[in-house]
Design a protein around this ligand. Structure first.
Ligand code: HEM
Length: 504
């Protein structure tokens, strides 16, 4: 049959269907018969169409493209896909918002996810970052609580400013990310007009076994463009899928978005002495201290053929590394290393790696894992299913060993020692990086939201802004109609005293 000929409709096992508009019924009256297996197949499959949405980052879209190396960084990493100028690697990039459900608005005030799957010759490498270089918290143990405050109230089932600001004001390390989120950067114009960051610190290591700490930064060649609060709100009503549509349409008409990739590199001996903990994801490394080093170019040039098959079933994990790249002792990252594949097994099943979008493309997987729901490859065929064996099965290759790092001290729930520097970078951002307009928008964006929380929570949070910068705190207090002196007094207290003074 040529492609132009009409295909015959079949059941899902390929049996031709002769009629598809009427169920099999008795004649009078019209009871439907269980013997209509075609009808039952249709209904039963439909009943199972939904899979769990991602517990965070549920709303998103993605595209295919490539990464091309433009600068030599082989002295830092042995990663094969970064080994040669001009080398190209296929990739799949998913953008997302964080807190909303699958149907929520693209223009919501929220960080944006920025997940890249590089299909390298050493297997898949995932860079699962955000459009912000930092995050709200620095320990994975706080993540479920934090996310609950971004989602719906347990009784009202609405977003709840009390929940959100109660948590944030009880979590002072969030101040830096809150300042970014409530600037216009919290509402990017489209996915094409925003940067991406690993946010976490990772480890590079080279062929000689030397290691470095590094962070990824992907700068949008179209520039970082943002919406005002009013524009974002209007767009959420008019076209909740604005960024999804924008990406698809741009690629469809050949207007391919691109990013320039950079890394910041920190020699390991600096880690103990740098003015900020390099493994604290609430902090940036100043570019003046660790400049951006160009690495490559990333282009998106192909839309998915099928959203569910490719975008919904894609599974990214910050623990998918290739030789030359590894984790750091960032305690948020350490928690994430567990959480993503765990979520994939729940959301897509234990064989999620066999789904075409998740399979390595430029390498092949050789493991001793077998069986499980939805095994759709050859399951290892007749080859040995245990290791060690003397039947020619795959064996580990010691030449891929990463560097060995020392640890010292005790095992305990170690409290974070450097909390007093938590306000420094938020203050610098407010004073030095933001323009007058940025600051005006920041204050108004904060007050529109914080103004809906209880007064005692407003006071506690305004004190944190004051601690970042006196002008910042004063302006928030004035805009909310709070007594500036009361905010100043709270700001002078310890966090424990401040919490005590603002209990219900
Ligand atoms: C998605 C957990 C922090 C970026 C997810 C998912 C989980 C999760 C369970 C859904 C995965 C799936 O169903 O496929 C966590 C935990 C965190 C954390 C436990 C902290 C301990 C972060 C941070 C970033 C981030 C700090 C950015 C730097 C993302 C992105 C996605 C995601 C971009 C969407 C991935 C995709 O496009 O499929 N996270 N997350 N997360 N997370 Fe996190």
């Amino acid at each position: 049959m040529s492609d132009k000929e009409q295909k015959i409709l079949t059941t899902n096992l390929g049996n031709p269907v002769f009629h598809d508009q009427d169920s099999i019924t008795t004649e009078n009256p019209r009871y439907t018969l269980l013997s209509d297996t075609h009808l039952i197949e249709k209904l039963a499959h439909f009943d199972r169409e939904r899979i769990p949405e991602r517990v965070v980052h549920a709303k998103g879209t993605a595209a295919h493209g490539y990464f091309e190396v433009t600068h030599d960084i082989t002295k830092y990493t042995r990663a094969a896909f970064l080994s040669e100028i001009g080398k190209k690697t296929d990739l799949f990039l998913r953008f997302s918002t964080v807190g909303g459900e699958k149907g929520s608005a693209d223009s919501a005030r929220d960080p944006r996810g920025f997940s890249i799957k590089f299909y390298t010759e050493e297997g898949n490498y995932d860079m699962v970052g955000n459009n912000t270089p930092i995050f709200f918290i620095r320990d994975a143990i706080k993540f479920p609580d934090f996310i609950h405050t971004q989602k719906r109230h347990p009784a009202k089932h609405t977003k709840d400013p009390d929940m959100m600001w109660d948590f944030l004001s009880l979590t002072p390390e969030s101040i830096h990310q809150v300042t970014i989120l409530f600037s216009d950067r919290g509402t990017p114009k489209t996915f094409r007009h925003m940067d991406g960051h690993s946010s976490h610190t990772f480890m590079f290591y080279n062929h000689e076994g030397q290691h470095y700490w590094f962070k990824w930064h992907f700068k949008a060649d179209l520039g970082f463009k943002t919406l005002t609060e009013a524009e974002a709100t209007e767009l959420a009503g008019k076209d909740p899928d604005s960024a999804t549509r924008d990406l698809f349409d741009s690629i469809e008409k050949g207007d391919y978005p691109s990013w320039t990739a950079y890394v910041q590199i920190m020699p390991p001996e600096d880690a103990a002495t740098y003015k900020f903990d390099p493994f604290d994801i609430t902090k940036v490394w100043y570019h003046a201290d660790y400049p951006l080093i160009p690495v490559g170019k990333m282009v998106l040039n192909r839309n998915p053929d099928n959203f569910f098959a490719e975008v919904e079933q894609s599974a990214f994990s910050p623990g998918n590394f290739v030789p030359g790249i590894a984790a750091s002792p960032d305690r948020m990252l350490q928690g994430r290393l567990f959480s993503y594949p765990d979520a994939h097994r729940h959301r897509l099943g234990p064989n999620f790696h066999q789904i075409p979008i998740n399979k390595p493309k430029a390498a092949s997987a050789s493991t001793y894992q077998r069986d499980g729901f939805m095994t759709v490859d050859d399951n290892g065929g007749a080859g040995p299913n245990y290791y060690p064996n003397t039947f020619g099965g795959p064996a580990p290759a010691p030449e891929y060993a990463p560097p060995v790092l020392p640890v010292t001290g005790t095992v305990a729930r170690h409290e974070y020692p450097l909390a007093d520097v938590d306000f420094v970078q938020a203050g610098e951002l407010y004073r030095r990086v933001m323009s007058d307009t940025d600051r005006d928008h920041l204050i108004s964006n904060i007050c529109g939201n914080l103004g809906q929380a209880q007064k005692r929570i407003q006071l506690r949070q305004a004190a944190l802004f004051y601690k970042a910068d006196a002008d910042y705190g004063k302006r928030v207090a004035e805009a909310l109609g709070l007594e500036v002196a009361a905010v100043q007094k709270l700001a002078a207290m310890s966090q424990a005293e401040r919490v005590q003074a603002t209990l219900a």
